[in-house]
Design a protein around this ligand. Structure first.
Ligand code: DQA
Length: 144
């Protein structure tokens, strides 16, 4: 099983970005936890971060040739990007959407996601654990 993890806008700032909302783990910490779990699950994982919508869309297309699914925290693109939704739909690979924070309990504009309706599943509100739960779900979906 091959999975690509995509971290979208501003997620490279993890650790120092609004730690009361997003916690103190850095992006490297998150990736290390994911790689550890991936090894346990027999998943080969690659990780990617970009602040640029077009680069993320290009990555989805390129990586789709070698991966069975995507785990994605799009950051703010969640709430704005029809292009990202179309890219993920277009490559016909299952994906799980994750968020560190509980987006349902924050500002109104964070309550809408362009991706949730076409995702295999969504996990939000558990900090780093959201990613780990999401990876378990995605692996089960791909493997099953
Ligand atoms: C986020 C939630 C988004 O609303 C926000 O724009 C982010 C991070 C999260 O992981 O909680 O950048 O995706």
């Amino acid at each position: 099983m091959n999975v690509a993890v995509i971290h979208g806008q501003n997620l490279r700032l993890l650790g120092r970005r609004e730690p009361d909302v997003y916690g103190t783990d850095t992006l490297d910490d998150v990736n290390a936890r994911l790689l550890e779990l991936a090894a346990e699950l027999g998943v080969t994982l690659e990780t990617f971060q970009s602040n640029h919508e077009g680069e993320i869309l290009d990555f989805v297309e390129e990586a789709s040739h070698r991966v069975d699914g995507f785990l994605i925290n799009p950051g703010a693109l969640t709430h704005t990007s029809i292009g990202l939704r179309d890219a993920l739909l277009g490559v016909e690979r299952p994906f799980v959407e994750v968020h560190l924070s509980n987006t349902a309990g924050r500002e109104r504009f964070r309550r809408h996601s362009y991706l949730s309706g076409v995702a295999s599943g969504v996990v939000y509100g558990f900090g780093v654990e959201s990613y780990l739960l999401g990876l378990r779900g995605l692996a089960a979906r791909i493997g099953g």
